[in-house]
Design a protein around this ligand. Structure first.
Ligand SMILES: Nc1ncnc2c1ncn2[C@@H]1O[C@H](COP(=O)(O)OP(=O)(O)OP(=O)(O)O)[C@@H](O)[C@H]1O
Length: 264
């Protein structure tokens, strides 16, 4: 089932030095590969190190030991081939929707002509249904719209890999469902490697090809990786009517329950 490795996380360890000078090991012996067109979700209890893992892949944090390779090359710093979408929208409030997306394109696609840049902005505004809101400022947008700008901005750079840290976590259930569908539509049409952190087992099953279940920290690592047995494009109501859906859901929930500690 696994496609050839595009992202390779090899024996990754991340620790911090505590105030008493002892080492606090967040992640230890983490091994993971992600295929070029694969959508992976990472689930685990709060504080187990999911964001730390994502930040190391993004190049925002350094591993203490081990290696992370993208397309065979070691990741040492952030790069435009890996774009990050955060739970909080991180838009520049003094720029319009269009300008927020354009800024990212100006920074990364330096050789594109002005006309090409305008066309990329328009294409990505349309992709997330924001054409009508293009000239609005972030303050004038709902949470779901802001998150769509963040996603359009990340995709506009045409990254090889999309890194998302609970991208739907701050949204109400209805908006979350709509945005999950939209992101899945985009991904089903323009496949790329995705690593998405979520706390929501249903979201992980709906969207991803494989689900990475992390053990609790300290020294967290990968407990199990579950294959999601549904092909794309996916239909949520059909999936929810199937036995496999509930078996997988229960399996993942049981895993998380068994790894529950007093700190959670
Ligand atoms: N800069 C840092 N210095 C010291 N400890 C840190 C630092 N960053 C993270 N940690 C610790 O590493 C552990 C993992 O944090 P991380 O944010 O990766 O967890 P998480 O699984 O993403 O949590 P959540 O689901 O709550 O977002 C936590 O115990 C956290 O306190």
């Amino acid at each position: 089932m696994n496609s050839p490795a595009f992202l390779e996380v090899i024996n990754l360890r991340k620790s911090y030095r505590k105030q008493d000078n002892n080492e606090f090991v967040v992640l230890d012996k983490v091994n993971l590969t992600i295929g070029e067109n694969e959508y992976i979700s990472v689930i685990g209890h709060s504080g187990c190190g999911k964001s730390t893992l994502l930040k190391i892949v993004a190049g925002l944090e350094k591993a203490t030991a081990g290696r992370v390779l993208l397309d065979g090359k070691e990741i040492r710093k952030p790069g435009a081939e890996r774009m990050m979408v955060f739970q909080q929208y991180s838009l520049l409030p003094w720029l319009t929707v269009r300008e927020n997306i354009r800024l990212a394109i100006d920074e990364v696609l330096k050789n594109a002509t002005r006309a090409e840049k305008v066309s990329i902005v328009n294409e990505h505004l349309a992709m997330v249904n924001l054409t009508a809101a293009a000239d609005k400022y972030p303050d004038e947008l709902s949470g779901g719209m802001k998150q769509r700008v963040g996603i359009a901005r990340a995709l506009a750079i045409r990254p090889k890999m999309l890194l998302m840290d609970e991208p739907f976590g701050a949204l109400d259930a209805l908006t979350r469902g709509k945005l999950q569908r939209q992101v899945l539509d985009i991904w089903e049409n323009h496949k790329q490697a995705v690593m998405m952190i979520t706390h929501d087992v249903d979201e992980a099953i709906y969207m991803s090809d494989r689900i990475v279940l992390m053990t609790n920290g300290p020294s967290a690592n990968i407990g199990e990786i579950l294959d999601v047995p549904f092909s794309h494009p996916r239909n949520l109501s059909e999936m929810r009517n199937s036995k496999e859906y509930y078996e997988l859901r229960n399996y993942a929930l049981n895993f998380l329950e068994q790894n529950f500690t007093a700190d959670d």
